[in-house]
Each structure stands twice: as C-alpha cells, then as structure tokens.
Design a protein around this ligand. Structure first.
Ligand code: PLP
Length: 408
C-alpha cells in the first residue's frame, strides 16, 4: 500500500476529531434557526454566541467585534469593500502589497476599476513589505492599508504591528489577512494594531466554508456586499452557518490550547527539512524569509525543473505538496508572489511548498528526504529546462495568460 503523507496544510487541514464531534452533536440535536425566538432557536443562538466568544478570545477581541463569514475570501472582500465605500468621502486611495492572496489583490484591483486609486507595494527578496515603503506611499487620500500577516506561498511574516502603528498615527484604517497566521503564531488585534482582520476555519483544523472578520468597535465600516436580514448585527445578512460556526469556535479554542507546543514541534521538523533539502540537493533555494516565517512552512525553488512535474512525482510516492505554478491547463504561469520577490520566471517554475501539520512526524520528513533527491535527479535528466533552453520557456510563459493558481 502506498504510504500517504500530507504536506499541504496551508491549502487546507483535516478537521480535528473533537471539532467533528462537536459539529456532529450540534447537527444531531440542534437544528434551530438562531434568529427564532422559541426553544430550538435559542439553543442554536446560545451555541453561536459561545463560538463567537471563543473566536474573539483567540484574537484578543470582544465578541461583538466578530462577524462570521463564509471564509477568508468573504472576510477579505467584506473588509476592503466596507471600508472603501464607507470612507469614500474621505479619500479614495488604498495601499496593499504585491504578494497578497487573490482574495485581497483582486478585490483592490476591482475597486481600482471603480474610481479608487490603488498602490501595490513591492516586496524584498524574502517577500517582506517594508514599513518605510508603506509610509512613503501614504497620501492625504489614503483610507485603507491592507497587508497580509503571513504569506501563504512563502510563509514570510510581515511587520504588521509596525505598519498598524503607522496607520493609526496617520488615522488610516488597517486590515490584515491573518488566514495563514491564525492558529500558528500569536494573533492579537491590539498588539498588531489592526482595525480589521480576516480568519478562516479550514486552515486551523476546522470546517470549510466558515471564517470570520474582526471589525474593531467604532471602525467606519458598513456592510456593502449583501442585502438581506439583520443577522450578525446588520453586518452579514443570511441565516448563520450554525454547524460551521460551532466548528470554527471549537477549532479556535483547540488551536489556542495547543499553539505553543505545536509551533515548537513544527519548527523543529521544518528546520530539519529545510536544512537537509538544501544540503542534499544542488541548485535549490529556500523561498521566503529564513527566520521570520510560519513554523510549519517550507518552500523552495528547484532550478531546471517544473514544479508541477515534481508534484506529480511526489504524489505517485504518496506525498501531497503544492507548487506556485499552475499548468493543469497546459499553460504555465509562475506565482505572482515569487515573481514579486524578484525570482526569475524560469526558477519560479520550479517552486514547491511543503506545509506541515500536527500529524506529521520525523518519519514523514525521512520519507520525503529519501524520495525527493531521486525525483529531482530523474526530472532534471529529462528536463528541457537546462540553461540553453531557459529562454525558450520564459518566452512561452510571458505569452501565456492562465488565470488561476495552484496556491490557496
Ligand atoms: N487569504 C489567504 C492568505 C489564504 O491563504 C486563503 C486560502 O487559501 C484565503 C485568504 C482564502 O480563504 P478561504 O479559503 O477560507 O476563502
């Protein structure tokens, strides 16, 4: 039987058994609509409010500041749209970074077509935004800064507290996408100086299709995406996803209880993986910051190989990882994150992301280190991506326009 190793926890995580249990108990015994006034409704309401308290406690917020959403994407959209339209009379300038998730990047780009001015800040070789660049981009029309807490592709942790301090000094609202950092490193809305913050359930061993947006009390933000009922204090219309909310609450509670121990364990595995991969294999570079990175995150570029062929070969050996380029459609588009970091097209094609989780073991790392070098050797022997043909591939990539990415 093929050994199965799951190394794609930044894409999604298995649901924790205790979360499953809690959700099952709720689904079985509690089908009420939390808006209903009767016994069934009030039982559901109580469970939703308890989950809200758990999520709020996990980020140092108060429960009234938490709005449940359908996930990280909706939370990002709600944060940005809500601030942009509510503050339009004050200005129309939004600042973000070139390495944001598409949930942010495409939202600000869409606003750019509706009369807003968008500054997309560059990053350094590690994928880091500089506080000085943020300061220099601010104008008297700036109403929102949105910069992610930790990058999904390369794991780099941004200087959010410093950017938040700057935003506060200038009276500008500050949102961070904490989808990848929440549950892995401390996320406290006061320490980070944020006004709005997005999280998602399925990245923290909770269910998919549920997330939350933190909106600091007093923030000039009005719901602009949905019209409907008065749920979530008029901030998110639609009957609550009660089982999802209960699952998110439980997952957040478990993440907080285990975070410190788990981060230490995963950092040890991650550091060994990075050390041995870069020692054992030639022409490999670590992508992302060497130390300011998520504890579970290792990402590399293997020169002269396409990421997708590595992924397929790894999958045949039972190892699930992800890459920064998408060629399922037969065209290749390197990751916007790697390109923004100055990694050349042809090198960015050879990207691979290994994101560890609580069930991974030293033996999983041993297995990867055993399987990977021969895969690299074989693919390089077959690869058209030697120095002579590099340019041919860059030409092809410049010409292709795939609209999707493997990275989530
Ligand atoms: N933001 C980041 C940084 C992510 O990694 C993801 C998920 O891949 C999202 C937002 C979107 O979250 P969701 O899948 O809950 O919509």
């Amino acid at each position: 039987m093929t050994r199965r190793v799951y190394f794609d926890h930044s894409a999604t995580t298995p649901v924790h058994p205790e979360v499953v249990e809690e959700m099952y108990r709720f689904l079985k015994d509690n089908f009420g609509n939390p808006t209903s006034l009767h016994y069934f409704g009030q039982k559901a309401r109580k469970a939703v409010e308890e989950a809200r308290e758990k999520v709020a406690a996990a980020i140092g917020a108060s429960p009234a500041e938490i709005v449940f959403t359908s996930g990280g994407t909706e939370a990002d959209n709600m944060a940005i749209h809500g601030v942009a339209y509510t503050n339009r009379n004050r200005g129309n300038h939004i600042i973000t970074s070139a390495v944001e998730h598409h949930a942010v990047l495409n939202t600000v780009k869409a606003l750019g077509k509706q009369g807003f001015t968008v500054t997309i800040l560059p990053v350094d070789q590690y994928g880091m935004v500089s506080v000085e660049d943020v300061a220099a981009a601010i104008t008297d029309k700036t109403i929102l800064i949105t910069i992610m807490h930790a990058n999904n592709e390369v794991g780099t942790i941004m200087p959010i507290a410093e950017i938040g301090r700057l935003a506060r000094e200038k009276g500008i609202l500050f949102h961070t996408d904490a989808v990848q950092s929440f549950g892995k490193i401390p996320v406290n809305v006061d320490e980070l100086n944020v006004d709005l913050l997005s999280i998602s359930g399925h990245k923290i061993y909770g269910p998919k299709g549920i997330g939350a947006l933190y909106i600091r009390k007093g923030t000039r933000w009005r719901q602009t995406l949905f019209h409907g009922g008065a749920q979530e204090r008029l901030r998110r219309a639609g009957t609550e996803n009660t089982p999802g909310i209960i699952g998110l609450g439980k997952a957040a509670e478990l993440a907080m209880a285990n975070m410190e121990k788990e981060a230490a364990y995963l950092t040890r595995l991650r550091d060994r993986l990075i050390r041995e991969v870069t020692e054992k294999i030639d022409h490999v570079r670590l992508t992302g910051h060497p130390t300011k990175r998520l504890p579970n995150h290792a990402s590399f570029c293997f020169e002269f190989i396409e990421g997708e062929s590595m992924l397929l070969s790894l999958d045949l050996q039972g190892i699930a990882a992800s890459s920064g380029s998408a060629c399922t459609s037969g065209s290749l588009e390197p990751s916007h994150v790697l390109l923004a970091m100055g990694i050349p097209h042809e090198v960015a094609h050879g990207s691979i992301r290994i994101t560890l989780g609580r069930d991974n073991t030293e033996e999983d790392i041993d297995y990867f280190l055993e399987v990977m070098p021969p895969i690299v050797e074989r693919l390089r022997a077959m690869s058209p991506l030697d120095q002579e043909t590099e340019f041919a591939l860059s030409d092809r990539c410049n010409g292709c326009r795939a609209s999707h990415s493997c990275h989530v």
